[in-house]
Design a protein around this ligand. Structure first.
Ligand code: GLY
Ligand code: MN
Ligand code: MN
Length: 434
């Protein structure tokens, strides 16, 4: 039995349980349609509906369908349009084909006919006019989606394999980007080296890469690519991923130029705190507790590097660590970079309490076996946030001026919980190439 077959059985059971709990007859999952740009005849890059890719690892077959009723072999309808302007998807060989009643159609009218017996099913997809025109009564029902989204946090062995490969591709590309940084390349040239190593177009990235030289690393979502290199590149923060059959890698690394040994020590320290935190992860604990723990770890780093005038304990208590590390420790990851249901604490869609003063924390569930998430601590010079503590004199401005030209540091890996142990899916990809 292939890993895919096991995956199929698990998600078939999950969907059957969800339908049983919510009382829908079945589902029709639409892979999505390319979306036209306003007043234009071009489309935005097509992104597959993750519910579709969960079943069939084909990410480039718009207007295709998976139709499922419990106890029946699911139907896979792939549109191979009668259209000479575009390439058409091929039914890529794989174990999925024999598990579906698979058929290709030349137009949507034929797909509609094949789905005639499924009109009592819930439609899952983002093209609202199509289910209405085709006579479906229920589109994206909240109760069914909540059930399905909750389960997606725990990955099957097949999904872990795809995530591992995505991380290997991204690791290789990160090292190509690092080499370009060390050679003095501009941000756009580094970005292009990354894509070249990845072997895919920009539109296949899971998110806009952050390619930040020097103080640009302090802009959390820096998405410009400067076309000229700075006079001196002393620091490089890159947050960039890759996809494999839809599954996402999301990796951040920070590199120092030779001769900046104190900044290198600062990177090494954040890196070792990140690794120690990962080592401490356990099933049954609240993810948020690790986020709070990272604030304590960071406070000690700030104290040791003399970035604060107060004690580590005070830095946590008065919120100074939040000025240096304003984002969350991490998030669920899978078919989406920020995978669904990070704030959902049960199958019914109950939302977690978010009133703890950490508004950007995206994962507030207890850690469970098979759960996959990122761990991505950071520390930056963000004047807007540091200024909020200016009057209290708790921040050592002189040392902030030391860190400022480097921008900041973030280290981000993906972890899966396996046999109640954290398994790092990102580091082996780098280690293989060392
Ligand atoms: N690259 C997006 C994130 O780290 O969450
Ligand atoms: Mn992330
Ligand atoms: Mn990231």
């Amino acid at each position: 039995m292939s890993l895919y077959n096991d995956h199929f059985k698990i998600i078939e059971q999950r969907l059957s349980n969800a339908l049983n709990a919510t009382q829908y007859d079945g589902v029709v999952i639409h892979s999505g349609s390319p979306q036209k740009i306003y007043l234009d005849d071009q489309s935005y890059p097509y992104k597959v509906n993750p519910h579709f890719a969960y079943w069939v690892p084909m990410t480039d077959c718009p207007d295709s369908f998976v139709a499922f009723k419990p106890g029946k072999k699911p139907l896979l309808i792939v549109l191979q349009a009668d259209d000479f302007w575009h390439t058409q998807p091929q039914l890529s060989q794989g174990p999925w084909l024999e598990l579906f009643e698979t058929t290709s159609v030349p137009n949507l009218a034929q797909a509609e006919q094949l789905l005639a017996d499924y009109k009592q099913c819930a439609w899952l997809g983002d093209t609202p006019h199509m289910p209405i025109q085709w006579g479906f009564e229920t589109t994206n029902p909240d109760d069914l989606l909540a059930y399905l989204h909750y389960d997606r946090a725990e990955k099957t062995a097949w999904e872990i394999e795809l995530l591992t490969t995505a991380n290997e591709i991204a690791a290789k590309s990160h090292l190509a980007a690092r080499d370009a940084f060390l050679a003095g390349a501009s941000e756009i040239d580094i970005h292009n080296q990354y894509l070249l190593a990845m072997g895919g177009p920009e539109s296949s990235l899971p998110y806009s890469s952050i390619v930040a030289l020097n103080n640009h690393g302090a802009v959390l979502h820096y998405d410009k690519y400067e076309t000229t290199a700075p006079e001196q590149s002393i620091a490089f923060l890159i947050d960039a991923g890759a996809r494999h059959h839809g599954y996402v890698a999301d990796i951040t690394r920070t590199w120092s130029a030779p001769g900046h040994s104190e900044f290198q020590q600062f990177i090494d320290r954040i890196d070792s705190e990140q690794l120690a935190l990962i080592d401490s992860l356990a099933v049954g604990q609240a993810y948020a507790d690790y986020h709070y723990d990272m604030h304590i770890r960071l406070a000690n780093v700030l104290e040791d590097f003399k970035l604060i005038n107060c004690s580590a304990d005070e830095a946590v208590a008065n919120g100074v660590t939040k000025a240096f590390f304003p984002h969350g420790l991490g998030h669920l990851i899978g078919l989406q970079t920020h995978d669904v249901a990070g704030h959902q604490i049960d199958h019914h869609g109950t939302k977690a309490d978010t009133s703890d003063g950490h508004p950007f924390l995206r994962l507030r569930r207890d850690i469970t076996e098979g759960m996959v998430f990122t761990i991505e601590p950071g520390c930056y010079v963000i004047d807007q946030l540091l200024a909020q503590h200016g009057e209290a004199n708790v921040i050592n401005q002189e040392r902030v001026e030391w860190l400022r030209p480097y921008g900041g540091v973030r280290i981000e890996d993906t972890v899966v919980m396996k046999d109640n142990k954290p398994v790092n899916l990102t580091r082996p990809g780098f280690a293989k190439l060392a």
